[in-house]
Design a protein. Structure first.
Length: 288
């Protein structure tokens, strides 16, 4: 069964199909044909064969007709079987679309990226070399304007760089992605916020805990944007609902006692809880 991390990566490409083409072109430096539309295609790559071949995601670039196909595979660990299945994916999709096709492997681990980038020998002079997007190849999106223009790329950047050696840079990227996510519909905003929070490494969390949140306008601004969604339900009740949702996303289901503590908190106290959430290790540390 696919893991949550596997499905989280695919969600970004499903929500923005053009992201795959953008990363192949900009992050990997590959020329692609001009296209007007990028859309999700059927991931069933089976022909009249006994075996079933189903990719994680298939994206079709088109301009009146298909001009390019991209197979997106999220790979979290080496799998020798994929070395035999991937060439079949490419061949079958190429036969279906009748245009060039590439395989894009997305992974959260550099060792897996090196494994996936190996050339697959097909026999004779034929071979297949996948395009591979490991964490180091994902652009670092720390600019708020750029993040708002491409929220899915910003979230992917936060997922890729949340555990980088430079914790302050990881925080900048995470905050840019969070701010971009606040402008989206509530469902996407909540899911993306959870992905960003869970992607931060311990070094970034330690750096956040050392910061005085009240002196960092960018962090307070983030929480004000998050809280804005709740104001339609009432100033205090909206903030309480959002804090409880963020606590549950960060630490799992909260008990009745925690709910009562949050419900009794004042608006300034709720603001401080929200600002501590990114760096807190436990519910108690967030509530302080």
């Amino acid at each position: 069964m696919p893991s949550q991390l596997h499905e989280s990566h695919l969600l970004l490409f499903r929500n923005q199909p053009a992201l795959a083409a953008q990363l192949i072109r900009d992050a990997l430096g590959v020329r692609l044909p001009e296209f007007r539309e990028a859309r999700i295609d059927s991931a069933d790559l089976t022909e009249v064969q006994p075996a079933e071949y189903r990719a994680d995601l298939v994206i079709q670039l088109s301009s009146d007709r298909p001009v390019y196909g991209i197979i997106v595979e999220v790979q979290l660990s080496p799998d020798i079987h994929k070395q035999f299945a991937w060439p079949a994916y490419v061949a079958n999709l190429r036969a279906r679309l009748r245009c060039p096709v590439s395989l894009l492997v997305v992974t959260a681990d550099e060792a897996v990226a090196r494994w996936a980038a190996r050339r697959i020998e097909m026999g004779g002079d034929d071979h297949l070399t996948p395009y591979v997007l490991g964490p180091s190849r994902v652009p670092q999106v720390a600019d708020e304007l750029q993040a708002r223009e491409n929220p899915e790329l910003a979230v992917l950047s936060a997922m890729a760089h949340g555990r980088d050696a430079d914790p302050r840079r990881a925080i900048e990227i995470a905050m840019a992605a969070q701010k971009a996510s606040c402008d989206l519909d509530p469902d996407r905003s909540d899911i993306y916020s959870d992905l960003i929070l869970s992607s931060l490494g311990e070094a970034a969390r330690k750096a956040l805990r050392k910061m005085d949140a009240r002196t960092y306008e960018w962090q307070s601004a983030l929480m004000r944007k998050n809280f804005a969604r709740g104001r339609a339900q009432g100033e205090t009740s909206g903030r309480v609902a959002l804090i409880l949702r963020l606590l549950a996303s960060r630490f799992g289901p909260v008990g009745v006692e925690i709910e009562h503590r949050v419900q009794r908190a004042s608006i300034p106290e709720l603001d401080l809880i929200g600002e501590r959430l990114l760096g807190a290790r436990t519910v108690e540390e967030a509530l302080d």
